[in-house]
Design a protein around this ligand. Sequence first.
Ligand code: NAP
Length: 245
Amino acid sequence: MKGKYAVVTGGSRGIGRAVCLELARGGANVALCYAGNEAAAQEAAAACAALGVKALIFRCDVSDAGQVSRFMEYVLGEFGRIDILVNNAGITRDGLLMSMKETDFDAVLSANLKGTFLCMKAVSRQMLKQRYGRIVNLSSVVGLRGNAGQVNYAASKAGVIGLTKSAAKELAGRNITVNAVAPGFIETDMTAALPEKARESLLPSIPMGRMGAAEDAARAVAFLAGEGAGYITGQVLCVDGGMAM
Ligand code: NAP
């Protein structure tokens, strides 16, 4: 990891922030993007820089192709290469199928699935040139098992798995691995929005009996982004306390 150059989308908070710190702890320089929370992005970058690496921030909506290409151009201008891409930016807009607004379906697919596609596409030329790359996409156990009230989110996260496996097959010959991490229920702002009753009812479905920490997911991402995972591609690693087995 030392001296590598990493891009983490949605690195300002939650799992993305923990991934930035885990990569920085291993010696990687980190460029993170965020949707709107600049103070959180600055704080995350400062925490990475305090570990002795370069840390950049860039406001970029990953669902917008123009913004994604400007972000990657900026990173390449500053870093000169991109060794690691972590597609972590994601949102939820929950609701039952019958009453889900089309705009909520589109927003979730755009941020979670199209955003992952756009970022992978934007870095693929550089990684092919380098003949080196590690791409890790955040899916979810919900993409494997489905979840009532989340048809949009489940579709986006199942789509991320298809995207991951297809890109893994396309890029494997150039020493570029593409894998997915599928977290279960992790304590972040995203899950803090769940009502206490819903959180309590989820616990019995987790064999380990507790929600995960952002760092639990981040360590799995860092493993797949590291040298040690060089012969692993097209895989989905669940980090879920046993929930999806
Ligand atoms: P979170 O705490 O809500 O943080 C989301 C991050 O994504 C923030 O940094 C946010 O930026 C950024 N973001 C959102 N939309 C974006 C966009 N369109 N463009 C760029 N950045 C955007 O979420 P989290 O819980 O850490 O989740 C991280 C990833 O793990 C997501 O893909 C999520 O689906 C997945 N996941 C989470 C869980 C869980 O239990 N938490 C479980 C399974 C999978 P701002 O700070 O600027 O808003």
